[in-house]
Design a binder for this molecule. Sequence first.
Ligand code: GDP
Ligand code: IMO
Ligand code: MG
Length: 447
Amino acid sequence: MPVVVVVGAQWGDEAKGKVVDCLAQDADMVVRYGGGSNAGHTVRFDGREFKLHLVPSGIFRPQVVNIIASGVVVDPQVLMEEIRSLQAQGVTVDNLLVSASAHVVMPYHRLLDALEEKQRGSAQIGTTCRGIGPAYADKAARKGIRMADLRQPERFAAVLRRALEEKSRLLERVYEVQCPSFEDIWREYEEYLPVLRPLIADTDPLVYTAVQKGQRVVFEGAQGTLLDLDHGTYPYVTSSHPVAGGACVGTGIGPTHIDAVIGVAKAYTTRVGAGAFPTEQPNETGNYLRERGREYGTTTGRPRRCGWLDAVVLRYAAQVNSLTAFAMTLLDVLSGLDTVQICRAYRLPDGQVTEQFPSDSAVLEQCEPVYEQLPGWKEEIADATSWDDLPENAHRYVQKVEELTGVPVAMVSVGPQRHQTFWRHGVYAERPVRTLQLLAQRQSQAE
Ligand code: GDP
Ligand code: IMO
Ligand code: MG
């Protein structure tokens, strides 16, 4: 396997946590490369359920080194809670490290996130209010606090005082709210630091060495392609780079070291928060998907917006991530429908039909989906353990996705538990050849 990136191919919550947990079985290292505690990755096995926000999903495999890399913004409060909760459930975190270069989400970032959202009024993004945008903004403005700063008390005290000088002016004069005091933050961090300090390490060389030695490394993405700051539906995006390129920037390895990029895609589409969503079904179909898929946010509990699968989105994800395969998850949710639909193109306001994903969100808002309708299947498929166990119409559905995107569906997930997963192709070997074959097939059909 050697090096594989797992990336969300839609708007997040595609079950990346589950896919990474499955891949971790054969991995040496799992590295979370971006985002922060806005992520909520669910892993279920042996009837148990874990919700992870910062800790990589390889944590349940004691032989795997789990790294929170430099591209992540770390909220020590959330990390502490997560570590304690894992330990209370008998999961060891002795195999967890945090990059010294990762930026810290401070209490004032959370406060600012909520205040900025309020100020946006009707143009709210619907952020998770976890301080992500303000923390990445400070990082880009070169005034953030990094995990390395937490290693020595005097250094932390100095950077915290400097940060508070500016933040207290901003919060108190512009927003007219009280800024958390130095003493309050210091007291809180005195509790966290003895636990967190031993985890802080220079992780870039560790990742690089693992890659150089041919070890099996899984890069775990958070959020999804369409939430990418540059390539997503701006401004209704997050502030990091969930795309596969983010794995390089966020961990310190170069692109030629990556052997495979798996795009995780639900068999339908969901989105949390505001922004364009062409295939959204605010009707009975959407409710059916939400209830069967238990589509309520892992981090915020918000009901997720639900709709049909969008192959324009998936093709775009294939393009910007160089996807070598899809993992199709939650296929079981579609059982019971008479017909299922896949969006294959968009109709623009002038009547023109395009297969391209528009880079301008304002244009996307106006796009009407052009659907292909396929027959559904009534059978429940949660017990399927191989491709052959799926009904014919489920085969057709998955094959249609391959045909519309040119990317093979290598893994299929039919339920939330670890064992409800099977592989269709050797993910690492045959893929590039098959991708090319499918693209050629698609090309000749178009002509
Ligand atoms: P992530 O953020 O991409 O890791 O995804 P989330 O964990 O936020 O959301 C995925 C949800 O779907 C979780 O509740 C999973 O337990 C659940 N899930 C994962 N795979 C499947 C599947 O194949 N079928 C069903 N029904 N649920 C699944
Ligand atoms: P995982 O890793 C789904 C969405 C928020 C909001 C926008 C910006 O579980 O897939 P932010 O708090 O990041 O500033 O919010 O991005 N969002 C997610 N949606 N899954 C996630 O993570 C998300 N992380 C952020 O709902 O629309
Ligand atoms: Mg999630």
